[in-house]
Design a protein. Sequence first.
Length: 284
Amino acid sequence: MTKTEAAPGHKPTRKAAREAFTATFRELRRAHPDAHCELDHKSPFELVVATVLSAQSTDVAVNKVTPELFRRFPTPEELALAEPSTVEGLLGKLGMFRQKTKSLIGLSKKLVADHEGRVPETLAELVALPGVGRKTANVVLGVAFGKPEGVVVDTHVQRISQRLGWTDHATPDKIEPDLMQLAPRRHWDILSHTLIFHGRRVCTAQRPACVSCPINKRCPSAFAAESIGRKPPRLRAAAVPSPKPATRSKKLLKKPLKAKPKPAEPSAPRSAKRSPRKPERSVR
């Protein structure tokens, strides 16, 4: 057992946890030296727009639509005056494109009205923009300005943090403080990009490549990571089988049998029906 490992059944001290984190992160940086933000952009404005568009969409998909979007609307002033239908036409291949159109035009108007067309450099000001949450804000602060105020926790960061034992939590808002305690502030930005690259290339959700993983000797989940850090499967209601249509013969059997009409009694001859005539009484 190394100095950075805790005894079985005991949680490592904060110092030991940081030492173990530093050693593992060093190996990850060596394995992914090219880790970076993969959203194409040339300015903080383009980055905040691309990051808003990346919600529920891949970076590859976003990078396919932003060149034409930025060609048509290169500044906040121009995007603020855009017709929603025109922007929707450019974003139509992305999920939630109508809501994203509303967010882009709204944040552009706010940048022009409140920040003279410039992207602000604080978390509080960024999250006040339409469509910008804490994760998007920290992407912009870390990549565009080099001063993140937190760690970006996406699905890859969430999954790998759990598999490496860096957190006991399962939601981004709880995982982020754990990572901020382990990593020094100067590593907050590159930590996210490194874990994202590792998640895409090696530690995938369904079939993690533990055999070729450069940190499999340090990972507590190595060779048993498939079920760790994944979203629980959705529970679906059991399908109720529809009744099979009855065949013609079965339908006939289910119908109540009609009673046969009784045969009519033969009618009596006309003469038999007549009552005998009463004898006439004599009048005396």
